[in-house]
Ligand binder design. Structure first.
Ligand SMILES: [Cu+2]
Ligand SMILES: [Zn+2]
Length: 193
């Protein structure tokens, strides 16, 4: 009896190993430039001020932090701020519902601020004439692992927000970046794909 159980256990364990090996290969082939990840990505929808879907983003925990790929269209050309805000709620048109910048360590805003920066601060993105972006950002200041103080997947989630203007990297609390024009909710429920 015991031997049969052990054999069954071994067989299923081997089957599991086989499966995850295949998955890793697929990920490697798809995107060789991105650091390898041990977890499945989180896919989120991005909406504009009219509440229409204008793109999507994918967040993956890697050995170099969280990699965020942002794909969107219909944006006004120019340099735009992009941040992670503290609440996973995107209510158009102003997206004030997303709250302030994600700031679990009590810092001020901006990479050039001596009292900075927020864990949710990210480098500006460039929107070309086409209004279409497909950019990859990376940050080791946040995690998708739950239970950590800097987890984006805390009780109320967090939000990815694009602004109408560039972030000046120093003005507290939000880099003087103007209105919020695109928002995407980063919440646990979205972690299925
Ligand atoms: Cu912001
Ligand atoms: Zn900030």
């Amino acid at each position: 009896m015991k031997n049969t159980l052990l054999l069954l256990w071994l067989t299923s364990a081997l089957a599991l190993v086989g499966c995850s090996g295949d998955d890793n290969q697929t990920i490697d082939k798809k995107d060789e430039a991105v650091p390898t990840s041990s977890k499945s990505p989180i896919n989120i929808s991005l909406i504009n001020r009219e509440g229409e879907k204008t793109g999507e983003a994918e967040l993956v925990e890697t050995d170099k932090g969280v990699v965020i790929r942002v794909m969107a269209e219909g944006l006004e050309p120019g340099t735009k701020a992009i941040h992670i805000h503290e609440t996973g709620k995107c209510t158009p048109p102003d997206f004030k519902s997303a709250g302030a910048h994600f700031n679990p360590f009590g810092k001020q805003h901006g990479f050039h601020n001596p009292k900075g920066y927020h864990a949710g601060d990210l480098p500006n993105i460039e929107v070309p004439q086409s209004g279409k972006i497909d950019v990859v950002l990376q940050t080791a200041d946040v995690t998708l692992e739950t239970g950590k103080p800097n987890s984006l997947l805390d009780a109320d989630g967090s939000a990815l927000v694009i602004h109408e203007k560039a972030d000046d990297y120093k003005t507290d609390p939000a880099g003087n970046a103007g209105d919020r024009i695109v928002c995407g909710e980063i919440v646990k429920a979205g972690n299925e794909s």
